[in-house]
Write a protein that binds this ligand. Structure first.
Ligand SMILES: [Fe+2]
Ligand SMILES: [Fe+2]
Length: 244
């Protein structure tokens, strides 16, 4: 176990509860994989599906972090308010750009690929900050049970997370979740036309490679220990108490 984690985690079989750290990192890797696939593909339809899937994954991921993870970070981390303010500002910047991209079409708007490249560069910078600073800090201050409980709430928040960017919606506060739920319903209707349910495995949520392979990809994991990357035990304390 890495010295900086300060928690004990235990390995469990596939399919059990997951820590919020595992879940967030998995989604980061999926975003990268989708963009890799977008860049490699020479098929316009496949590229379009990659782009639609990226819009959906980035939008849902950001909303789940804002609803579940950032409120806990704000309360529990030293300098949490400052760190979360910076993260929210970066989310807003991504949403504003994604909102423009979401209204463009490949083969129609020649600047689209360049905009997408710039967007993903910003997303990857944000991911790096989360994985080097925010997630290791969260791992230090929460127990194993709390990380699992938070993971459960993070998973459940998918039901409230809009699949399109909404830069004008509140990112936090009492109205944020209600507005997210309304937006998600409208987004789901619009998404049906995009045919995302027909996407191949890589586009429909393929699991990332092993921790060792992930480390070989670069140093994005920073201070996260291997045990915390694996599936762990039973949900513990009440996440609502952490968010208050
Ligand atoms: Fe984020
Ligand atoms: Fe993230």
């Amino acid at each position: 176990m890495a010295a900086q984690s300060g928690i004990q985690t235990r390995l469990q079989s596939q399919g059990g509860p997951k820590s919020i750290i595992d879940l967030v990192i998995q989604e980061h890797r999926l975003q990268e994989q989708l963009y890799d696939q977008f860049q490699k593909s020479r098929d316009l339809k496949e590229k379009e599906l990659c782009m639609y899937r990226m819009i959906k994954e980035i939008s849902e991921h950001g909303a789940k972090e804002e609803m579940v993870m950032y409120p806990v970070m704000k309360k529990k981390l030293p300098d949490g308010v400052t760190l979360v303010q910076r993260a929210l500002a970066e989310h807003l910047q991504v949403k504003q750009e994604l909102f423009i991209i979401d209204q463009m079409a490949l083969g129609v708007h020649p600047e689209l690929e360049q905009r997408l490249h710039k967007l993903m560069s910003d997303v990857m910078q944000h991911v790096k900050e989360e994985e080097r600073e925010l997630l290791p800090s969260l791992q230090k201050v929460l127990s194993e049970g709390e990380l699992l409980d938070l993971g459960m709430h993070y998973t459940m928040a998918a039901a409230k997370a809009p699949s399109r960017p909404h830069p004008d919606a509140p990112q936090e506060g009492p109205m944020a979740e209600a507005i997210n739920i309304q937006a998600k319903t409208e987004d789901a209707l619009r998404d049906t036309a995009r045919g995302l349910e027909k996407t191949p495995a890589i586009l429909s949520g393929q699991k990332p490679a092993s921790y060792e392979n992930e480390l070989k990809r670069g140093d994005l994991h920073g201070g996260l220990d291997k045990a915390a990357y694996e599936q762990t035990g039973v949900p513990g304390s009440n996440v609502q108490a952490m968010r208050q």
